[in-house]
Design a protein around this ligand. Structure first.
Ligand code: ADP
Ligand code: MG
Length: 340
């Protein structure tokens, strides 16, 4: 049974539980209801994020990263059936009705998407979008909201902030748009930021600048960050811990250092081997054979088995998440101490 928690319970999330995790996801599963019944999309996903911590959700395209994030945000499609628990600052939010849930967006959770043009309004000025958000969530006067919007733009490194407020998003470069989205995401003092491939659409140099900005904001504002990416190099540089997803499953969970340096799941190892080499120790560039099986066609046992060189009879049975070295892996035959 879902327990109704009044939104006032979230009035002071920063004060609510200074020591506990900001976000806890426990046994989250999501299926789509269609004519044929329920189609599983993600199964049994668990992780937590503490204050000031960045946790990566990593895996190839189609593994269920974005849909997991949408379930956390309360923005999953209407035909999604979601089970499991989602706690924000110690409060269970997974049971809240959609309307109450949406009230948490902006105020308590900020979002940054890959493509700002889909998240920012094309025909409203940047100032209007920012002040609407600030006035709605923080009940600021027009003037106070405008001042705060200008401060926020300056904070994310946008010059001539007052002029930019009068302009439109299409007038900005990709990197500047992403800075505006970061300013909006942090504008109402959320404790959690969800960033879904925030730098994937940007040039490499701009990517690095946006990542630096996100890291600065995380440290300065002590934000918990769920960072979705398919790029393991970014995971190693930017995140504290990592959750590796494959075909809707968590296959490895560890510190990002362990994931990058001593991966234990053959899938994670495959992702690392597929990174173009630029160090001296890694010479090969070996793509993982095959592709992620589409939803609805997953094998019953280990979902990675059809692409795995280690697979045997045992892998016809679904493995549980269990310890291997410094990681938790869903694998019958984890990779031995890495030779990276
Ligand atoms: N609204 C939707 N309706 C039906 N299937 C969807 C929908 N959104 C995502 N999917 C499917 O769910 C799977 C996971 O998608 P997604 O979370 O976007 O993956 P990722 O972000 O890891 O690339 C994909 O197979 C995708 O086709
Ligand atoms: Mg995605």
């Amino acid at each position: 049974m879902n327990t109704h928690i009044p939104p006032e319970a979230f009035a002071m999330p920063q004060e609510a539980e200074k020591t506990g995790p900001v976000l806890e996801v426990e046994g989250l599963s999501l299926s789509f209801r269609n004519e044929g019944g329920l189609l599983p999309i993600v199964t049994d996903v668990s992780f937590s994020i503490g204050r000031g911590e960045a946790v990566a959700l990593v895996g190839e395209s189609g593994c269920g990263k974005s849909i997991t994030a949408s379930a956390v945000m309360g923005l999953a499609p209407d035909n999604a059936v979601i089970t499991g628990e989602i706690m924000l600052n110690g409060q269970r939010i997974s049971g809240l009705p959609p309307k109450e849930r949406r009230k948490l967006c902006g105020r308590h959770m900020g979002f940054i998407f890959q493509e700002p043009m889909t998240a920012l309004h094309p025909t409203l000025t940047i100032g209007r979008q920012m002040t609407d958000t600030l006035r709605h969530n923080l009940a600021l006067s027009h003037r106070a909201a405008t001042d705060r919007a200008a401060e926020l733009l300056a904070k994310v490194g946008i010059p001539r902030a007052r002029d930019i407020l009068k302009g439109y998003v299409h007038e900005l470069s990709g990197g500047m748009r992403q800075r505006v989205m970061i300013a909006l995401a942090i504008s109402c003092g959320p404790s959690l930021i969800i960033a879904d491939e925030p730098t994937t659409a940007l040039d490499v140099t701009i990517q690095a600048q946006v990542l630096d900005l996100l890291e600065d904001m995380r440290r300065e504002l002590d934000l918990a960050m769920l960072f979705i990416t398919h790029d393991l190099e970014v995971v190693g540089d930017f995140c504290d811990r990592a959750v590796v997803m494959y075909a809707g499953d968590v296959v490895e969970r560890a510190t990002s250092r362990a994931v990058v340096e001593t991966p234990r799941h053959p899938y994670t190892r495959g992702l690392i081997d597929a990174i173009p080499a630029h160090g001296e120790t890694r010479h090969r560039l070996t793509p993982i054979p095959g592709t992620v099986p589409p939803v609805g066609t997953w094998p019953k046992g280990c979902r990675f088995a059809p692409r795995c060189l280690r697979a045997d009879e045992q892998c016809r049975t679904r493995p549980e998440l269990g310890p291997a070295g410094a990681s938790l892996v869903r694998c019958w035959h984890p990779v031995e101490e890495a030779r990276l």
